[in-house]
Design a protein around this ligand. Structure first.
Ligand code: PLP
Length: 363
């Protein structure tokens, strides 16, 4: 195998890379998160030594001791971002600096070492470069999953002294099967996602573990996703398990729950706020109650609602179900504002329309 050095990374191309024709067949209908590229990037951190062993190599399993800290105390964080194949054949990422910054913030919250943001970007770009043939054309994209976990073999309870940072990549198509135009939400009555002082603003696996029972409840009620209310009053709409939420009012303004530590600060959320304000729309980051949501949907004061995140981009919310009853938003099939914002965002991500400075990072 050829071993090369690219910047501070040792690059070892995979000897078992998927052949071009097999790869093309996989890329025809990749789904979400079930197909992976040939390589992975890893960097290790050890107390007293810092970041070391920067490597780009074949994608392969980790060998972990049964006493590996992450398996017991869940010290783990991750990111989700995408690389796109632009019309001119070049490759770009959308606001990756924001992912690097958020990863650093998540690390701090979880008492983990902070990976320098430049190194985070370098690692992600190394993987995109070596696996560029895996970026689907058309509607698809290469979903990148940087993550870090406590790898020390130790059962004592304290921040671990060893970590592994890793980046893997997965070619993806549409997040919701069948390219649904609108999703149905289930309002969780019993379960909270995050409380004040907790980890709601950190992108950590533990938040997802805690949300799965509510997501399963949503599925049992025939819904696509769960929407969480605040833990303190069980009254205010916060976000979905993995997406932020927006409301489109009849006066054309947008409302979205404010960031206050219990909501994940989505980069898609931030981008939509910026784009909408740039279009002259009024955007209010303010609390919105579930009762108000139901009343506004009934009165027509609410025209549309949508969920947003890297994976699903912008997805209309058509119907909301809860133990107190169900209601439909607009005609239940999304609306023009949702479509327009989705179009504006995807146009920028794919290099088809002009992006605010620094949003599109070409490789
Ligand atoms: C990742 C995530 C989001 C969306 O963030 P983006 O940066 O837009 O992808 C929203 N909510 C939760 C809980 C998340 O983990």
């Amino acid at each position: 195998m050829d071993v090369q050095h690219s910047s501070r990374f040792t690059v070892t191309p995979s000897g078992k890379a998927v052949a071009a024709d097999a790869r093309a067949a996989l890329l025809e209908d990749p789904g979400f998160g079930r197909i992976f590229t040939d390589h992975m990037v890893t960097i290790r951190w050890t107390e007293g030594k810092g970041w070391h062993s920067h490597s780009v190599g074949p994608r392969e399993p980790f060998t972990l001791d049964p006493a590996c800290a992450v398996l017991h105390y869940a010290q783990e964080i991750f990111e989700g971002m995408k690389a796109y194949r632009l019309a001119d054949g070049s490759v770009a990422m959308f606001r990756p600096q924001e992912n690097a910054r958020r990863f650093a913030e998540s690390a701090e919250r979880m008492a983990m070492p902070v990976l320098p943001q430049a190194l985070f970007l370098e690692a992600v770009e190394e993987l995109v470069k070596i696996d560029a043939d895996w970026i689907p054309g058309g509607e698809g994209s290469l979903y990148l999953r940087p993550f870090m976990f406590a790898s020390e073999t130790f059962l004592g309870v304290r921040p671990a002294a060893e970590y592994i940072f890793c980046v893997i990549a997965s070619p993806v198509g549409a997040y919701f099967k069948g390219g649904k135009t609108a999703v149905t939400l289930w309002v969780s009555e019993h379960y909270s996602r995050a409380a004040r002082g907790g980890t709601g603003a950190a992108k950590c696996g533990g938040n997802y573990a805690a949300s799965l029972i509510a997501q399963a409840e949503a599925s049992r009620h025939g819904c696509d996703q769960v929407v969480f209310l605040d833990a303190a009053e069980n009254k205010w709409v916060e976000e979905l398990g993995g997406m932020n939420v927006f409301f489109v009012m009849s006066d054309g303004s947008l409302v979205t729950p404010p960031l206050g530590g219990t909501i994940l600060p989505g980069i898609t959320r931030d981008s939509i706020i910026t784009l909408a304000r740039g279009e002259g729309m009024v955007v209010r980051e303010e609390p919105y109650s579930f009762a108000q949501w139901r009343d506004d949907a009934a009165s027509g004061a609410l025209r549309e609602a949508f969920a947003c995140g890297t994976a699903a981009v912008v997805t209309a919310i058509g119907e909301v179900k809860s133990v107190e009853g169900d209601f439909t938003i607009g005609n239940g099939d999304g609306g023009l504002v949702t479509q327009k914002l989705r179009g504006a965002l995807t146009g920028i991500q794919r290099g088809e329309s002009e992006a605010p400075a620094g949003w599109l990072r070409r490789l």
